[in-house]
Design a protein around this ligand. Structure first.
Ligand code: DCP
Ligand code: CA
Ligand code: CA
Length: 354
């Protein structure tokens, strides 16, 4: 099989910082160490309306998670330390960390502020050697920034990421090629990159079974996966077998800039909605400056937390403030005209040319 030949020879390393924003806050404020610490919107004693960005592991014991309403996290842990997001600081730390990582290879894929894949195929003879590089990266990050990360090594991006998840926190793990397909079998199908709650449900519906594992999903024929997931079906078929041909750097981080606003009170007042929407659009346009724009994304979260997004892309020449605003408004109308629900949050984002 051609696909498999290509990937057997690769060595991929995945680095991901542990509880990134919260760990930086702990470093800045050592007195909070050991206490549950939540980074995100102001909880306002439980009346706050934003979300949790992340939290440390002590806070996770209370069931707090990224993306959860901050009010809920406050109910789960009112004695927690709640801190606002200090993005400029996290960005500075991120670029300092990437300076370390970039010394190891040019073949890097930056996934987000705290996460990257490295293709070490040409740098090392085997996975054990990659593990040494991983240890070196961990030590350097600890020494320079006093922060911990986790590292995974595998024969492809998927296996490196799964290894890294298993190494968390502050660990390092290698999954050798011969073990790759075996180690994923008993795990929930959600460990497969690209399979989230929705796709897991589709697989469960197809198999008429709950809590499907990779072993369950592996029983589905390639043609049937293609029927369920279209073009992605074939990719999933191979991923269930530990095979992932995606190259490091292939899936570039989409560059985008945007703003969100959570209303003080859920609203359907068109005046309020349009006023905030205009603000989000023109603030974003100002921040984007002269960068080329490829698309527009509008997000709308309703009073019951149901969240919808709609997006459109267009040729680069389209960049004009008024056009972007009009595009945004038409997407927003699509999202809100069919519903009678009040709006909780609005978001506007521009996809940028890299
Ligand atoms: N983040 C966010 N909102 C989310 C998810 C993440 O603002 N819904 C931010 C805060 C995180 C950072 O991105 O610190 C990195 O996200 P991760 O998913 O890697 O999570 P953490 O680094 O916080 O924790 P973990 O140790 O599980 O990697
Ligand atoms: Ca992380
Ligand atoms: Ca991450």
């Amino acid at each position: 099989m051609k696909n498999e030949d290509l990937e057997e020879k690769r060595v991929v390393l995945h680095v991901d910082m542990d509880y990134f924003f919260a760990q930086i806050e702990e470093r800045e404020n050592p007195r909070f160490r050991g206490k549950p610490l939540i980074v995100g919107a102001d909880p306002k004693k439980g009346a706050g309306r934003g979300v949790v960005s992340t939290c440390n592991y002590e806070a996770r014991k209370y069931g707090i998670k990224s993306g959860m309403p901050i009010s809920r996290s406050y109910k789960l842990c009112p004695e927690g330390v709640f801190l606002p997001v200090n993005m400029p600081l996290y960005k500075r730390v991120s670029s300092s960390i990437f300076q370390i990582i970039e010394k190891e290879t040019e073949k890097i894929e930056r996934v987000s502020l705290d996460e990257a894949y490295l293709d070490l195929t040409k740098k090392v003879k085997n996975l054990k050697e990659a593990e040494s590089i991983g240890k070196k990266i961990k030590e350097k990050i600890k020494r320079k920034e006093d922060l911990t990360c986790s590292v995974g090594v595998g024969k492809n991006k998927m296996m490196a990421k799964i290894a890294c998840e298993e190494a968390k926190p502050d660990g390092i793990k290698v999954i050798f090629p011969k073990d790759s397909s075996k180690v994923i079998l008993k795990k929930s199908v959600e460990i497969i990159p690209g399979i989230g709650i929705k796709r897991k449900k589709e697989i469960e519906n197809y198999l008429k079974k709950k809590d499907v594992t990779v072993a369950d999903a592996k029983k589905i024929k390639k043609e049937n996966l293609e029927k369920i997931f279209g073009k992605l079906g074939k990719e999933f078929y191979w991923k269930f077998r530990g095979v992932d041909c995606e190259k490091v750097g292939e899936k570039k981080e989409t560059k985008s800039k945007g703003k969100e606003y959570t209303f003080q009170k859920d609203t359907y007042d068109p005046k309020k909605i349009i006023k905030i929407f205009r603000y989000l659009v023109f603030q974003t346009i100002k921040e984007v400056g002269k960068q080329k724009v490829k698309g527009v994304v509008v997000t709308c979260r309703f009073e019951d937390f149901e969240t919808h997004t709609k997006q459109t892309s267009f040729p680069l020449k389209f960049y004009k403030k008024k056009v972007l605003y009009k595009k945004g408004v038409s997407l927003l109308l699509h999202l809100i005209t069919k519903t009678k629900k009040r709006i909780r949050l609005l978001g506007f984002r521009l996809i940028l040319e890299r």
